[in-house]
Write a protein of this length. Structure first.
Length: 319
């Protein structure tokens, strides 16, 4: 099979028939063998009924329905686990991603040997203040932190080799950082293609300004997981030892000064516990011990954790 097209969605009943027809025309004109996997992430409108109708008319259409809204990352994870194509295309269901971009994305992966190609919506039709400016700031921070130099991490239109999506774990809200996850997994040939961005035709955006706040928090998370996810003791243990040594040396210094004044200079000195520096040193030792313990517990959890189920599927079509 040439292509698997994975489309996560939430309340997009109006756009689904038009999107399906558009994709179908592109597939037929390029003579692809393909499957379209819609993942209904807990829609409250008629999105699932529309997917059922489409699957009855077109055997290429497959569907996964979540019991409730679990998030885009979980929807992509479910789609990745079912995808059978040599190349996997992800795109949004709101018609802002153009299926006409698929042939070139496919060509870049298959004929130019990219592991992953990310779309870049260079010209956007979103609100400048609520989306464009925060997106530019977010992408700048993501480039500097991750070392993956893409202009548009948030673009949902991406193409992957099958081996890539089968070897990365997309959880939480990490869908923004799939290129970073791919790089960390050893897939370094990451490309970018300028793609057409279209104004939303139906409904309203499901993403508010809070997604950028969450995005920056996720960026910190993925930096930590990339650097220390497999060896938390290297970070927490190191910081713990440094803090403990600072506290221990400071305490030793305070006691040494007291003994020197008492025995060498024969001066009456204040009690060690009356010196504010003593409490700072004691706090540093306690924090150091806690950091070391956090690293130790992290190592234990890492070695004993079980893969937990991150979403519940209510129904599947043609899978």
């Amino acid at each position: 099979m040439n292509l698997s097209i994975i489309i996560p969605l939430l309340n997009e009943q109006e756009s689904l028939p038009e999107l399906h027809t558009w994709i179908q025309n592109v597939m037929i004109s390029n003579n692809y063998t393909y499957e379209i996997i819609f993942i209904d992430d807990g829609s409250t409108d008629r999105s699932w009924e529309v997917i059922e109708d489409l699957s009855k008319k077109d055997a290429h259409v497959k569907g996964i329905k979540f019991l409730r809204n679990f998030g885009k990352s979980q929807a992509l994870h479910a789609g990745f686990s079912k995808a059978q194509g040599d190349v996997i295309i992800t795109m949004d269901a709101d018609l802002q991603d153009s299926p006409d971009e698929i042939p070139e994305l496919f060509n870049m992966v298959m004929n130019h040997d990219f592991d992953l190609v990310s779309g870049w919506k260079k010209k956007r039709y979103d609100h400048v203040v609520t989306k464009n400016l925060p997106s530019k700031l977010f992408n700048w921070a993501a480039r500097k932190t991750s070392g993956v130099y893409l202009n548009d991490f948030n673009c949902g239109l991406k193409a992957y080799k099958n081996i890539v999506i089968k070897n990365i774990e997309v959880s939480g809200e990490m869908h923004r950082y799939i290129p970073v996850l791919a790089k960390n997994a050893g897939f370094s040939k990451i490309g970018e293609k300028i793609v057409q961005h279209q104004a939303r035709k139906y409904g309203e955006s499901k993403f508010g300004i809070n997604r950028f706040i969450n995005g920056f928090l996720d960026l910190i998370t993925i930096w930590f997981l990339s650097s220390y996810g497999k060896r938390p003791m290297h970070l927490f243990g190191f910081l713990g030892v440094i803090m403990f040594l600072i506290g221990f040396i400071s305490t030793f210094f305070i006691i040494g000064i007291k003994l020197f004044k008492l025995f060498a200079l024969h001066k009456q000195t204040i009690l060690v516990a009356q010196n504010p520096l003593f409490y700072i040193a004691l706090t540093a030792m306690i924090i150091g011990s806690q950091l070391f313990l956090a690293g130790f517990l992290g190592e234990i959890i890492l070695r004993t954790k079980n893969n937990e189920e991150r979403y519940k599927i209510a129904n599947e079509l043609n899978l």
